[in-house]
Design a protein around this ligand. Sequence first.
Ligand SMILES: [Zn+2]
Length: 426
Amino acid sequence: MNLAYQYKLLPTYEQRCRMDRWLDMLRCQYNYLLADHFDWWEMNRCPVNACPLVVSIAEPREKPEYYGQKRSLVPLKQERSWYADIHADVLQDMVKRVDLAFARFVKGDKNGKRSGKPRFKGKNRYRTFAYQRVKPDCIQENKVTLPKLGEIKFIQHRPVPFGFIIKRALVSKKADGWYVTLTLEDKSVPDLPIVEIQPTEANSIGVDAGLEYFIACSDGSTKQSPKFYRQAEEKLARLQAKREARAKGSKARRKMNERIAKIHQRIARQRRQWHFEVAGELLDKADVVFVEDLKVSNMARRNKPKQGEDGTFLPNGQSAKSGLNKSFADAGIAGFLNEILPYKAAKAGKRVVKVNPAGTSQHCAICLNRVPKELSDRWHNCPHCGASMPRDVNSGVLIKKVGLGVCLTIKRESGSTRRRSPRRTA
Ligand SMILES: [Zn+2]
């Protein structure tokens, strides 16, 4: 089993300066190697309809790849002697990062999901470096020994669990100081087992990620999202106005930036802690939690423009959707459903089941008849059976029913009707 524990570092002034210098050097080299990748693609391709068939071209130079770029570190350290200050492992890890960023852009990750074009990193955008190997005994009392940097004091707020070996160390610079994340491994402890609890009416709960509510459950309970960002907004606005009054590049402006960054950091931490608490409460209530299978990329996608017969653009629902996306982003619902809840469930030996949410907002949870609603209809009133409840609670109940095997009839706009069975994933 692998664990990652994060501790706060208390480096001396010299150590802080040295780590800052390392980050800066690594960033420059990162940008240089990234540019090398881009250059190669620019020079060695042309559109197929403009491809000359008879003109000979210059011998293409070797494509930059991981091992070649890694080899370039040797002459780098000779030509620019200050790079020799950085530990070799840390330098190699930087090359790996370039490779990964570019591979995700060109080929996609193991699920084939591609990310955007890698960006050149500006100052303060490159904030971590990693040792792929550290000594298992690098922690002695309140000090951690990192190669080349030496002993650094840290706050050991919790001990490394017995039997776990320290494998890797990741040093990151955050708004309020330096942190080290240690990867711990114990081969004798198996990974968290995937439990197969059979969901029943009694031991399960359906959860709808709402708009008015953060979540609405099938038992009728709801959770309002505490608007951490909204609370701090006023203070942030005041500080940002103050920052704008300071000259660009001045020390005063940098100080203001640091204060603003700390507030953002606090908001993120408050939100995360609250998510963990909500997840705990949910798992106290039930053994199996049904959640909707949220596709974040779908939510972020823009609606197709609608055009009338005379060529004018008609409302396509994008503005309503944009507002929706914004409040989703503020609440961090995707992170909650996809990461924190499954993590807590696995630790508690419980189960989170993803359910296809299609139709769960358009049907009645009691009689299962179709009750069409617009996005603005916040209340569910069923003309068939007289059920009346908040829209999100209705969805929560339906998600539970779909999870337990009920099929909803999805009526397409074209008029064709088809049955869809709920897709289950563990
Ligand atoms: Zn009904």
